[in-house]
Write a protein that binds this ligand. Structure first.
Ligand code: SF4
Length: 353
């Protein structure tokens, strides 16, 4: 498959200042990341809060500038584009935010919110705008009459559908979803995941899913990249990474999923400060397998389709995961199946929202 998006050795540090405004260090949010996303692929970037995954998602869209490194979209270096060429490119790349309450302007009707990208990128003539908005709303499972209403009149799930309709308005090729379902109740999550899956398939979208929830990742992603303190520590096919993780950090995340059935020790301690990450392997302060070399030598990503940055990746004892519960998404999967109409109703179901 051809890469639609490629990032090479991208670095983004955010300066930290002391009380007198002097530079006192930097948060190393993204610290030398290389990845590619093939056309039509769903790549999930996972990790704990503060690992740099949301910053990476924004760097991919050039919503923030990298300190160094290259971001290429369809073979074009985004940093080499003029402001007007970048504006043109923006119609191909959209972002869905986590918070469906904050991402819509309360002063705009649904029609205005969805039509805004149509106008900005001159997608359809004015006379066809209302029909296009109605079509987009139908695509995301909302009635066309919703166009005249205001965001506050909708539930969280419905607002996220409006945000998705808005993201689709410019016919993008790439969408980055930053925790797109994590603010929603689990029954609504299942419906929005089904919707995203159908849209990705029907519109041949390339999708980057930024998420801390491996249950959601399991239902959407083709490939997974695991981030820890600004770096990728494991990357590979989603099914393989979740079934047989090679990096101790991924193993701990997978083992922590409800129903995984694995007795591995949970993560020790807190994530170290991204201002002064530990030397050697950045995970060594929390890793139950760490040896002397881990404290001094940073491991590089090794492997072909499934890569891990760990000195001991090939010699760790195997994990035994319970397949049924894997993904922490057994209930989510039942809800998804229910909303597709091919399973008996699970108990405790919310209304279709
Ligand atoms: Fe743990 Fe060492 Fe592997 Fe780092 S390199 S994950 S500290 S075993």
């Amino acid at each position: 498959m051809t890469a639609l998006l490629e990032i090479q050795d991208v670095v983004k540090h955010f300066p930290v200042r002391d009380a007198l405004g002097r530079r006192a260090g930097a948060v190393r949010a993204v610290d030398g990341v290389s990845l590619s996303v093939a056309e039509g692929e769903v790549l999930a970037i996972v990790g704990e809060s503060g690992c740099g995954k949301s910053t990476l998602g924004r760097l991919m869209l050039r919503l923030i500038e990298p300190d160094s490194g290259v971001v290429r979209f369809a073979g074009e270096d985004l940093s080499a584009l003029s402001p007007s060429a970048l504006r043109q490119r923006r119609r191909d790349m959209q972002l869905i935010f986590q918070d469906p309450f904050g991402s819509l302007d309360p002063r705009m009707t649904v029609a205005q919110a969805v039509a805004e990208p149509l106008r900005l990128h001159r997608i359809v003539p004015k006379a066809e705008e209302a029909a296009r908005v109605a079509d987009l709303l139908s695509r995301v499972g909302l009635r066309p009459e919703s166009a005249a209403r205001w965001p506050h009149e909708f539930s969280g799930g419905q607002r996220q559908r409006i945000a998705i309709a808005r993201a689709l308005a410019s016919n993008p090729r790439l969408i980055v979803g930053d925790e797109p379902v994590s603010a929603l109740d689990v029954s609504v999550q299942a419906q929005v995941i089904n919707l995203l899956r159908d849209l990705i398939r029907d519109l041949h979208l390339t999708f980057v899913l930024v998420s801390h929830d491996l249950g959601v990742v399991r239902h959407l992603a083709d490939r997974v990249a695991v981030m820890y303190l600004g770096r990728i520590v494991e990357e590979g096919p989603a099914e393989e990474v979740l079934r047989a993780p090679r990096h101790p950090y991924t193993r701990a995340l997978v083992a922590a999923m409800p129903g995984a059935g694995e007795k591995q020790a949970p993560l020790q301690g807190d994530v170290p400060s991204p201002i002064a990450p530990p030397p050697g392997c950045r995970f060594h302060t929390r890793c139950s397998f760490a040896t002397e070399i881990c404290r001094t030598e940073p491991p590089s990503l090794k492997g072909k389709a499934h890569r891990a940055a760990c000195h001991l990746a090939d010699s760790l004892p195997a994990m035994t995961l319970r397949e049924e519960g894997l993904g922490g998404g057994a209930r989510l999967a039942r809800l998804q199946a229910y909303f597709r109409g091919n399973a008996p109703s699970p108990t405790g179901m919310g209304e279709n929202t």
